[in-house]
Write a new protein. Structure first.
Length: 152
């Protein structure tokens, strides 16, 4: 190792808690630690370096396209914006939440409850998912009723 203090780990009389845990861990193994300056230890130095490709690669998406929910939410948001032109946002609407007009509520609940990324999460979780971003009077009751009416 190029860490000189490690060679005294087994012989040290006073260890801090972290060092003591490591010392207990290393007791299980038979090995000898010898100090070698990093500049003289070329093999270990080469192994500890992370060499990347010469050309940076383009990142590839990790999530399969079928699980991306963006377009579904955007369609609902667009639908709500259009409907909200005809329905006034009430005074009690929570700050930071989008008011959902009555004509859009069922499609919003359906997309959250039956969407490919959530898959029938149940009453409580469906309410939580909708409450995180949306609001309307009687939302909890309406979501609960929808979930209870679901045949699956």
């Amino acid at each position: 190792t190029d860490h000189k203090n490690l060679q005294y780990l087994r012989e040290a009389r006073r260890l801090n808690p972290r060092q003591a845990r490591w010392a207990l861990f290393f007791i299980r193994f038979r090995f000898h630690i010898t100090y070698c300056a990093g500049s003289l230890n070329g093999k270990a130095d080469a192994l500890s370096r992370l060499y990347g490709p010469d050309e940076p690669s383009d990142p590839e998406p990790i999530i399969p396209p079928a699980l991306i929910l963006g377009p579904i939410v955007w369609d609902i948001d667009r639908e709500m914006r259009t409907a909200s032109l005809h329905e006034v946002t009430p005074v009690g609407c929570l700050e930071g939440c989008v008011f959902v007009p009555s004509s859009c509520r069922r499609s919003l609940i359906r997309s959250v409850y039956e969407g490919p990324g959530t898959g029938h999460p149940g009453e409580k979780r469906t309410v939580q998912l909708i409450q995180a971003r949306y609001w309307w009077t009687g939302m909890t009751e309406e979501v609960t009723r929808y979930v209870q009416e679901c045949p699956s």
